[in-house]
Design a protein around this ligand. Structure first.
Ligand code: CTP
Length: 405
C-alpha cells in the first residue's frame, strides 16, 4: 500500500520525536518515498541529520534556507512539497502546532506546507496529558477534524512528565496501519455517493430587521457533511444562517428562510441518493413580511404577527421517495421515543435521529451530542455521549448500511 507513495513527515517539538525515527524507517522499508520537515523545536529533540539519514533526503527546517540539493527555490519549495505529498503526517503534533493549524498560522516551514497541502493530513497529537485534555486543545482538534484533518488519538500511559494519562505517541505499527487505511481509501466507503445535508436554523422575516429563528448552531449538520465528504461522498450542504466554515470538498448553498430551504432541497434532491435533514426548519412563518421596519406605536398598541405554516420538506420528500434514503432529526423534551417514532412514520423516513434536551451534553451550541438512532422497524440504538463528529460517523455507518440493504 505504501510502495512508491510520497509521505511527508512533519516533526514538531516533543520527546516522542525520537519514536518518529522508527516511523520513518518503517515507512521507507514499506517502499514509501519519505521527506521530513521539522520545526525548530522538533530539531531540538532529534537532529535533522538523523532524519536525513533515515529518509535519504535532506531534512528541511529553515524556512529561509535555499535548498541546493533539490534545486527548488525559497520561493516555491513549500508549495512543491505540499503538492508532492500523497499524505502528510505530523508526529508528534504539539499543542502549539495544533493551535497554529486551527488558526491558519503559517510562521514556519511545517505550518506553511500544511496550509498549502491538498493531500490528507494525519495528526498524531502527543503531549502531556493535561495539555492534551485542556478544553482549548480538545476544541482545536475537533475544529481541525471538522475541516477534514485526520486525528489519531494518543495512547494512555506514563508520560515524560511522570504523569499518567493520554498523550503518548501510539505504536509505530498503529500509525502505519492508520496511514495505510487513509491512503487505500478503505475508510472512503461512501465514494461517489450523492448525499444532501441540511443544517442550521431558518430565519423567517417579520420585517427587514426582525425575524423568527431558533437556537440551532448548525454544528451537527456540518459535522455530517464533513464526515461524509471525508468518506468520499459527493456532498451538498444546504445551510441556514450560521457562523461555520464550509468543510473541505463540500458544496455549500446558503439559504435563509424555510421556503428557500424547501426550494433548494427540492432542486438538489433530484440528483441525490440520501437526504439528511439536520436543519431546524421553522414550522411557522409570518403570513406577511412588512417591507418597512414596524415602528413602535405611541399609543402602546401591540402589533400582532399572524403566522402560517411552512411546507414540511421531509414530509413532501417522503411522499415520493424514488429509492432515496431519508433521514430526519427529532429534538424532543418529553415522551421522546414515541414522538420520534411518530415523526418517522408520518414522514416515511428510513432513520430518525432523536435528540433529547434532557440529556446532558446534547442540544444547542455544545461540541458533543447524545442521540438515539431509530430505524423504520422501530429499533432504537442509543449512542453514548460523543463528539458531534463521532456522532456524524455513526449516523453515516447506518446510512451506508441502508445503501446496501
Ligand atoms: N422538517 C422539515 N420541514 C419542516 C419542519 C421540519 O423537513 N418544515 C424536518 C426537520 O429538518 C427534521 C424533522 O423534519 O429533520 C423533524 O422536525 P421537527 O421540527 O422536530 O418536527 P415537526 O414535525 O415539525 O414536529 P414538532 O415541531 O411539533 O416537534
Amino acid at each position: 500500500m505504501l510502495k512508491g507513495k510520497h509521505i511527508l513527515v512533519g516533526v514538531t517539538g516533543g520527546i516522542a520525536a525520537y519514536k518518529v525515527c522508527y516511523l520513518v524507517r518503517e515507512l521507507k522499508k514499506a517502499g514509501a518515498d519519505v521527506r521530513v520537515v521539522m520545526t525548530e523545536a522538533g530539531a531540538r529533540f532529534v537532529t535533522p541529520l538523523t532524519f536525513s539519514a533515515l529518509s535519504e533526503h535532506e531534512t528541511l527546517v529553515d524556512l529561509w534556507a535555499d535548498d541546493q540539493a533539490t534545486g527548488s527555490s525559497i520561493r516555491t519549495r513549500h508549495i512543491e512539497l505540499a503538492l508532492w505529498a500523497d499524505l502528510m503526517v505530523i508526529a508528534p503534533a504539539s499543542a502549539n502546532t495544533i493551535a497554529k493549524l486551527t488558526g491558519g498560522l503559517s510562521d514556519n516551514l511545517l505550518t506553511i506546507i500544511a496550509l498549502a497541502c491538498r493531500a490528507p493530513i494525519v495528526l498524531v497529537p502527543t503531549m502531556d496529558a493535561d495539555m492534551y485534555l485542556n478544553p482549548i486543545t480538545q476544541k482545536n482538534l475537533v475544529a481541525l477534524q471538522e475541516r477534514g484533518y485526520y486525528v489519531i488519538a494518543p495512547e494512555e500511559g506514563e508520560l515524560a512528565s511522570g504523569l499518567v494519562g493520554p498523550g503518548r505517541l501510539p505504536e509505530v505499527e498503529t500509525v502505519l496501519q492508520y496511514i495505510g487505511k487513509v491512503l487505500d481509501g478503505s475508510d472512503r466507503d461512501l465514494v461517489s455517493r450523492k448525499i444532501l445535508v441540511t443544517a442550521g436554523p431558518t430565519y423567517e422575516a417579520i420585517d427587514p430587521v426582525r425575524f423568527i429563528g431558533n437556537r440551532s448552531s448548525g454544528k451537527m449538520g456540518f459535522a455530517i457533511a464533513c464526515a461524509a465528504a471525508m468518506r468520499g461522498a459527493e456532498v451538498t450542504l444546504i445551510s441556514g444562517p450560521v457562523h461555520l466554515e464550509t468543510p473541505r470538498h463540500v458544496r455549500r448553498i446558503n439559504v435563509e428562510s424555510a421556503h428557500e430551504m424547501y426550494e433548494n432541497v427540492m432542486t438538489e434532491a433530484k440528483e441525490t441518493e440520501a437526504i439528511i435533514m439536520a436543519a431546524a426548519v421553522a414550522d411557522y412563518t409570518p403570513a406577511k413580511t412588512s417591507p418597512k421596519k414596524i415602528k413602535k406605536t405611541v399609543s402602546g398598541e401591540i402589533p400582532q404577527v399572524e403566522l402560517r405554516t411552512t411546507v414540511d420538506i421531509l414530509h413532501t420528500l417522503g411522499k415520493k421517495k424514488d429509492g432515496k434514503k431519508l433521514i430526519g432529526f427529532a429534538l424532543e423534551t418529553d415522551d421522546e421515543f414515541q414522538h420520534a417514532l411518530d415523526k418517522l412514520k408520518a414522514k416515511n423516513l428510513d432513520l430518525i435521529i432523536l435528540n433529547s434536551l434532557q440529556d446532558e451534553g446534547a442540544g444547542f451550541g455544545v461540541e458533543t451530542n447524545v442521540v438515539t438512532i431509530i430505524d423504520a422497524a422501530g429499533h432504537a440504538e442509543k449512542l453514548p455521549k460523543l463528539s458531534k463528529f463521532d456522532v456524524a460517523h455513526r449516523i453515516l455507518d447506518r446510512v451506508k448500511h441502508l445503501f446496501s440493504s
